[in-house]
Write a protein that binds this ligand. Structure first.
Ligand SMILES: *[C@@H]1O[C@H](CO)[C@@H](O)[C@H](O)[C@H]1NC(C)=O
Ligand SMILES: *[C@@H]1O[C@H](CO)[C@@H](O)[C@H](O)[C@H]1NC(C)=O
Length: 141
């Protein structure tokens, strides 16, 4: 039983931060009213990972650094749907990716804002339920 839990903990560790927001980059200036591609990269993991889905959410930060999503929630939903990342060519971003085009409302409050990307997957032969949330803080100008 102990061994079983250790293996689970290791699996969870290995998959922590499996995805990353490659674009926009941390601290980037984004003009309110502009349309950008949020690029979500999945680093090469186990072939026994079955993706369920992901979302792209966004909100203004009240504090610097931004409040954690566990406190402030994930924000407004730009996209929710299946996660089906594709190979990049040339393979320069260290994994497969999926882009989501989002338009930042022109009325968006200036200053710090955060993109959150929650995703869910099933891992391994026993289909362990796995979730994670990647984020990036940007500057709305
Ligand atoms: C995905 O988004 C990134 C960041 O904006 C961009 O550099 C890349 O060209 C996009 N790729 C595709 C296939 O849209
Ligand atoms: C953003 O992600 C990092 C790494 O997982 C985490 O430490 C941090 O608390 C997150 N920030 C927010 C505001 O959720």
């Amino acid at each position: 039983m102990k061994i079983f839990f250790t293996v689970l903990a290791l699996a969870a560790c290995a998959f922590a931060q499996n995805i990353e927001i490659a674009f926009p980059t941390e601290g980037m200036d984004i003009e309110a009213g502009s349309t950008i591609n949020v690029q979500v990269v999945e680093h090469s993991g186990s072939s026994s990972l079955a993706n369920m889905g992901f979302a792209v959410t966004f909100q203004h930060c009240e504090e610097d650094p931004c409040e954690n999503f566990e406190v402030a929630g994930l924000g407004g939903i730009f996209f929710v749907g299946p996660f089906n990342p594709q190979d990049s060519s040339p393979p320069q971003i260290g994994g497969v990716f999926q882009n989501v085009s989002v338009t930042i409302d022109s009325e968006t409050e200036k200053g710090l804002a955060i993109f959150n990307v929650p995703r869910a997957a099933l891992i391994g032969a026993n289909a362990e339920f796995f979730t994670e949330v990647a984020n990036v803080t940007v500057n709305i100008v």
